[in-house]
Design a protein around this ligand. Sequence first.
Ligand SMILES: [Zn+2]
Ligand SMILES: [Zn+2]
Length: 217
Amino acid sequence: MKLFNLSVFIVFFTFFSNAQIQSESDYVQILGIVQDAGYPHIGCEKDCCELVKPGDYFVSCIGLVDKANNKRYLFDATPDMHNQLNLLEKFPNGNLIDGIFLTHAHIGHYTGLMYLGREGLGGNKIKVYALKRMAAFLRKNGPWNQLIKLKNIDIQTISNKNFTKLSKNILVIPIKVPHRDEYSETVGYKIIGKTKKILFIPDIDKWNEWEKILLKR
Ligand SMILES: [Zn+2]
Ligand SMILES: [Zn+2]
């Protein structure tokens, strides 16, 4: 099992942001590292963005590949999702996506769901995991509720600190974090593999506002 602990995750995050990884065991791949609105950033005329080519960076997202069962999961559905899926290992008889775990209702984290509807993939009951407020937001608002009505997506309501078992070896646990929660709660995900675990927190206001202390002092 090749899931990464937090320290390895940060190294991996820095050096292999869009790398295609092939492995014999389950693994996590970083598919994007930038803020919701992308990079180059809209409206920025400084060198930081002028020198970046479109497509060099994608919005924050990780993919989880379950090799034993030929399954592919995404953590967040970003506006770059169509390109990010091409970076993730494909299985000949596998599904395009076996599930998407959402963190919250800010544009970089859920709007990729738009690709799953009539104008895009026309998905068939793709599992979308979300906490209660996030799930209610999708059910109550268009165009997301059309995805539910047409059964393009199938919402799986999950709850804070309760695990979802994806396979014999993989557990996923949502953990609430402090953030601007206008439309939904915000969570990070702990992914527990056979021998390693990682924590994916794509958005948090301040680490010191979090009840959880990650590092032992
Ligand atoms: Zn810039
Ligand atoms: Zn956010």
